[in-house]
Design a protein around this ligand. Structure first.
Ligand SMILES: Nc1ncnc2c1ncn2[C@@H]1O[C@H](COP(=O)(O)OP(=O)(O)OP(=O)(O)O)[C@@H](O)[C@H]1O
Length: 232
């Protein structure tokens, strides 16, 4: 396994207000796989993603990525880990409003040792003809493509996507999922995708279902569907 979590626990608050959000999560994710994380609201999906993303600390347990142990990293090492391994795509695209599409994506290449070539990426993303527009001149789908481009340009080992289609209509959601499938095949990034949408699990190599901070099911898909076949 490329990414391995062992008995990961996390709570928020203290004393009477303490809530245990992750109650001992153990799972592994293979390099290059698409892993879909499903579960009801409040089950801990985003918290788990933020932990893998090095944004939240854990209370106990361990996380290994490649041959590095995350829980023993200090702030500086964590920052390096994020820079080296991770691309993050949020539901709210978080683009910089006064920068063009091209510039927003370039921001993601900052400090990367082996960034992807920008023009080629703009074409893969279907953004070539929009590259000089600023975010408020774009549709939601184009903004999300830009956000994915910003996460991808540094060619991260792991692409973390938190509800990347949550704010998009059916057709645009499918285009974005198609793009995620294409880049996974083209660049071999490991993808971890959080969603409420059950249908999206069809495109996954691995599906992890959370409930109340625990893994309810972990399934490997032997009949993985192409995004084009997904319907909801
Ligand atoms: N920083 C925080 N401080 C306190 N509680 C938090 C914090 N972050 C998350 N929580 C709580 O942890 C629980 C799990 O939240 P999380 O966002 O991980 O769930 P989720 O499965 O991603 O939900 P959703 O699908 O609604 O986004 C929730 O009850 C939430 O209120």
């Amino acid at each position: 396994m490329y990414l391995e979590l062992n008995q990961v626990k996390k709570s928020f608050g203290s004393g009477e207000n303490k809530t245990e959000v992750l109650k001992g999560i153990s799972c592994g994710i293979k390099k290059g796989d698409i892993c879909v994380l499903l579960g009801p609201s409040g089950s801990g999906k985003s918290t788990l993603l933020n932990i893998i993303g090095g944004i939240e600390n854990i209370d106990s347990g361990s996380i290994r990525i490649g041959d590095e142990q995350m829980e023993s990293m200090n702030e500086k090492q964590l920052a390096q880990y994020r820079r080296k391994h991770l691309g993050y795509v949020f539901q709210a695209y978080n683009l910089i409003p006064n920068l063009t599409v091209k510039e927003n994506i370039e921001v993601g290449a900052y400090l990367s040792k082996n960034p992807l070539e920008l023009d080629g990426l703009l074409k893969t993303l279907g953004l070539w003809e929009h590259k000089d527009k600023i975010p408020n001149q774009l549709s939601g789908g184009q903004q999300q493509r830009t956000a994915i481009g910003r996460a991808l340009i540094k060619n991260p080992d792991i692409l973390l996507c938190d509800e990347p289609t949550g704010a998009l209509d059916y057709q645009t959601s499918k285009e974005i999922l198609q793009l995620i499938e294409d880049v996974n095949q083209k660049f071999g990034n490991t993808v971890i995708l959080v969603t409420h949408n059950d249908a999206i699990q069809g495109m996954a190599d691995q599906v992890i279902k959370l409930r109340d901070g625990q893994i309810r099911k972990c399934i490997y898909n032997d009949k993985k569907q192409a995004v084009a076949e997904l319907e909801w």
